[in-house]
Design a protein around this ligand. Structure first.
Ligand code: GYE
Length: 315
């Protein structure tokens, strides 16, 4: 083969590769910015897209599913190469996922799940095992209190996989301890403000928290709000009332280092890279992908909180 033809072939391949990398446009429908973890997740996805030369169309739904569905329809109308959805709740997704499928646009679900029987409506889901997070939080608390603990629970957003599954895992473990129970449980919608407000009401209803051994919060943001409420009720969070949570955001590591909180199960916010890996492979023709790609996180306690905070504070 003439050298010029080889070169032109190689050039065409290189051009195609560079164009496909530059031309990849992905629509991302994000829940909102209700927590420090969610913000880290969004920032991580945007940084990864920048690094890969992917054009990211980002939509913040302010925790409203109708805004997410509108955004996905807009991505379909714009003819993006792929769509990523971090669903606020599990139900209500079938119609718009069918529209994406009809438009032959692959969809990747990030973090919380969608409740659809037809698993061909999305390429894969990338998420942590929320049930296991609940189990680990509960087991730490049972070990810490020798299985003898009356617990207040701050639930996440009603209908969100993280709330449903963390509750499931936590309850599965404490069911084994007859001297432990959740005496009051209410949603704080994963936010700091609502977490404080709901904790104030629960403390009032529970004799200002006297006799309560621990707060179990489905995320650090609500726990941080609740810590303020515990202090205003005249109790020492982390001592009079233990605090166990999930996410592992920097502010919570600070609270543990200050003695105001006791433990958290870290939730990995870096979901962009695995999502883009799957999408880029799919766009190149790879059709082999697991339906669930699981991320993992460790449980952290006061013992290492100061050094862990130092590592995270700048990020
Ligand atoms: O724990 C919380 C955010 O869906 C697992 O959503 C996620 C949760 C996370 O609001 O901080």
């Amino acid at each position: 083969m003439k050298i010029s033809r080889v070169l032109s072939g190689a050039f065409a391949l290189a051009l195609c590769a560079s164009q496909s990398a530059l031309a990849t446009t992905i629509g991302f429908s994000q829940v909102g910015s209700e927590s420090g973890w969610r913000t880290s997740f969004s920032e991580s996805v945007k940084a990864e897209a920048e690094k890969r030369g992917i054009e990211l169309k980002f939509s913040d739904a302010q925790q409203k599913q109708e805004n997410q569905i509108k955004a996905v329809r807009s991505f379909i109308a714009q003819g993006v190469d792929a769509i990523m959805i971090a669903p606020v709740v599990e139900t209500g997704w079938k119609p718009v996922l069918r529209e994406a499928k009809r438009a032959r646009i692959p969809v990747v679900i990030l973090d919380r799940n969608v409740d659809v029987k037809n698993q061909s409506l999305f390429l894969t889901r990338i998420a942590s095992d929320f049930v296991e997070e609940g189990r680990r939080a509960a087991q730490w608390l049972m070990d810490e209190t020798e299985g003898n603990c009356k617990i207040l629970e701050l639930q996440g957003t009603v209908g969100a996989t993280a709330a449903i599954d963390r509750m499931k895992g936590f309850n599965e473990v404490i069911a084994k301890y007859p001297n432990s129970e959740i005496v009051r449980s209410q949603t704080g919608e994963f936010t700091r403000t609502k977490g404080k407000e709901v904790m104030e009401a629960m403390l009032k209803a529970e004799n200002s928290g006297k006799g309560i051994c621990a707060l179990w919060s489905h995320n650090d943001e609500m726990a941080l709000g609740a810590i303020q409420a515990i202090k205003e009720a005249g109790l020492k969070p982390g001592e009079d009332m233990l605090v166990v949570s999930v996410d592992g955001v920097p502010d919570y590591f600070k609270a543990m280092a200050d003695g105001d909180a006791n433990a958290t199960v870290e939730l990995n916010p870096h979901l962009g890279a695995p999502a883009f890996d799957v999408i880029e492979a799919y766009l190149k023709g790879d059709r082999k992908v697991e339906k669930l790609i699981t991320t993992t996180g460790d449980l952290f306690t006061q013992e290492t909180a100061a050094e862990e905070y130092a590592k995270r504070a700048g990020n």
